[in-house]
Design a protein around this ligand. Sequence first.
Ligand SMILES: [Zn+2]
Ligand SMILES: [Zn+2]
Length: 287
Amino acid sequence: MAAAGCEVAHATGRERPTGVRLVAVELRVLGKSPAWQDAGGACSGYHVEAEGARVLLDCGSGVLGKLRAVVDYADVDAVVVSHLHADHILDLVPYACALVYAPRHQPVPVDGWPGTESPPRPPLYAPPGARDAFRRLCTATGMREQHIETGFMLEEYDPGLPLQVGPFEVAFQPVPHFLPTQAVEFAADGRRLTYSADSAPSDDLCAFARDTDLLLIEATLPRPEREGPRGHLTPGEAGDHGRRAGAGRLVLTHISDELDAEWARREAERSFGGPVEIAHEGAVYTV
Ligand SMILES: [Zn+2]
Ligand SMILES: [Zn+2]
């Protein structure tokens, strides 16, 4: 559905007018479920790749298995976490197990890593407060307190400062949710991929995503929350955010398989004013 008069440019080309090839940023959906998995699915997790650099964006329940079906988990260059809700972090526990205890690393030194043949320990960029939250999570689930920090080089990022991860500049925008949460943008050679994370309606999100090539935006709710603070978007609200941002492409995510996908698409397209895609596991988007 391409609405007449729509100001949105649906950029799909990957070459400059001169024919010089640009860096392609590839987004692969590993898990798109909301806080509970779809049948056979996984919670939030996205593999972002450019120039051979691999970043895992969020690591919710079930994501490690989906990641392993695509790449060797030891080859991931960095993990970036949007916020500390369970559906965005829980698979960091088994991921750290793999990085430390997998057969390729045996025998594991009894005092833990770093040992003489240390595993890769990819950087894990997580929000302020993550170190304490991860330690409590690990302790509560019978792991060593520093289990996640043993598998990863944990760094609490400053949401006000962008990171350089391989070819990507990774920028953050705080968005309204039930706990501190950042929308995340990956930019490489002028190509931009923007992820809303979990967010209530937000003018800041629209501004952050202004003219992005692809906006991956949550569309969790069949209707706005009946009471209390807002924390998520409906598909219609997600489409409206995409229109206000002038996003080139709009992909809805964090959406349950118990929600009618065609209804969600129609709602979002009506407010976006152009075609909208619904994320599904295994989907690959290139900008
Ligand atoms: Zn979530
Ligand atoms: Zn959340």
